[in-house]
Design a protein around this ligand. Structure first.
Ligand code: NAD
Ligand code: TYD
Length: 350
């Protein structure tokens, strides 16, 4: 493969994928198409922006003309599609943007790939990045497998589920060479501070309350973002067309336990007395329709393609905390403007 389109490459996971692809495959030419919404940040890609095999295009995946022009000029062989509205709480207050970007944007890309590849599908690949949230909510036991029925329950997960269905429909109807993966919660450097871990890290650092929804009993599986990027590289190159791969960290945590562990790591990193940061834990109103538990069975990916998570959670969390402490200017630049009004709406005066 030569010409790769990555969408959403200025976001959290996308920036790690762009970095990996640009550095690992100097023979590829990588185009990063990103609209630079509130979540997109070119600072995430400072270290690769001058590489000769990398190009950034500011644009919206819902812009059909732009997308088909890009396909025509760059002759993409592969697409890694990450661009999305990605935050559940924002989807609760503003579902329409999620429908627009996550569903219409994906169809737009599928149409462009279909037109461009209509004569030769051989060697082409459209890789759609999705989430475990499409499977809904688990009780105390069980794991999501690739054959678990879809049961999305938030506007975010419903929009991602729709896009997954459409990607599969293009495979069955038009023979478009697609592959899909559904991953659990990512954590690591460059994550926008609306998500639990960077939000809590920043609040602990600034001695602000750590908002824990409900009783903190919801459970998530956590994967270090660079491990997800390696899984994406593996599936992009070796995944079987038409297949779905689940990606998880084998690392389930109750939110409140996760926050306790984070407080411990932060106390140590900041030289605070043990137990100091825990005083900041504040239980707040629960999220509407809050999914109880996500847990992933990634044995298909591990057994068939040989991927596995590389980091133990405590090690990943320490690396993550160090990154945020060493990159406080990155955070400061984000914490102005749009984020301030979002935080006010979501958490009130806290
Ligand atoms: P993010 O919100 O950090 O980044 C999304 C990026 O997409 C941003 O750079 C944004 O500018 C861009 N974007 C948004 N709308 C766009 C549009 N209309 N046109 C072009 N670009 C647009 O998201 P993330 O956490 O990096 O997630 C990336 C992908 O991975 C998403 O598809 C998400 O559903 C999926 N995913 C995320 C997680 C997670 O834990 N964060 C887990 C599983 C799957
Ligand atoms: P989040 O990072 O938003 O990811 P997702 O909703 O996609 O799993 O939230 C992770 C978990 O943490 C989820 O159960 C909601 C909870 N949460 C809080 O308790 N407080 C917060 O301020 C946030 C943002 C999330």
């Amino acid at each position: 493969m030569k010409n790769i389109l990555i969408t959403g490459g200025a976001g959290f996971i996308g920036s790690h994928v762009v970095r990996l692809m640009v550095n690992k495959y100097p023979q590829y030419s990588v185009v990063n198409l990103d609209a630079l919404t509130y979540a997109g940040n070119l600072e995430n890609l400072k270290d690769v922006e001058y590489k000769t095999n990398y190009e950034f295009v500011k644009g919206d995946i819902t812009d059909a003309k732009l997308v088909s022009r890009l396909f025509a000029t760059h002759r993409f062989d592969g697409v890694i599609h990450l661009a999305a509205e990605s935050h559940v709480d924002r989807s609760i207050s503003n579902p329409l943007e999620f429908i627009n970007t996550n569903i219409l944007g994906t169809v737009n890309l599928l149409n462009a790939a279909r037109m461009e590849w209509k004569d030769v599908m051989d060697g082409k690949r459209f890789y759609h990045i999705s989430t475990d949230e499409v499977y809904g909510s688990l009780g105390e036991t069980g794991l999501f497998t690739e054959t678990t029925s879809y049961d999305p329950r938030s506007p975010y997960s419903a929009s991602k589920a729709s896009s997954d269905h459409l990607v599969r429909a293009y495979y069955h109807t038009y023979g478009l060479p697609v592959v899909i993966s559904n991953c659990s919660n990512n954590y690591g450097p460059n994550q926008f501070p609306e998500k639990l871990l960077p939000l809590a890290i920043n609040n602990i650092l600034n001695n602000k309350p750590i908002p824990v929804y409900g009783k903190g009993e919801n459970i998530r599986d956590w994967l270090y973002v660079e491990d997800h990027a390696v899984a994406i590289d593996t599936i992009f190159h070796n995944g079987k067309l038409g297949e779905t791969y689940n990606i998880g960290g084998i690392n389930e945590w109750k939110n409140i336990d996760l926050i306790h562990l984070l407080c411990k790591v932060m106390d140590k990193a900041l030289g605070r007395a043990p137990g100091a940061s825990e005083q900041l834990i504040t239980f707040v109103k629960d999220r509407a329709g809050h999914d109880q538990r996500y847990a992933i069975d990634s044995s298909k990916l591990m057994n068939e393609l040989g991927w596995k998570p590389s980091l133990q959670f405590e090690e990943g969390l320490e690396k993550t905390v160090s990154w945020y402490l060493e990159n406080q200017n990155w955070m400061k630049r984000i914490l102005s403007g749009e984020y301030e009004s979002y935080y006010q709406d979501q958490y009130g005066g806290r």
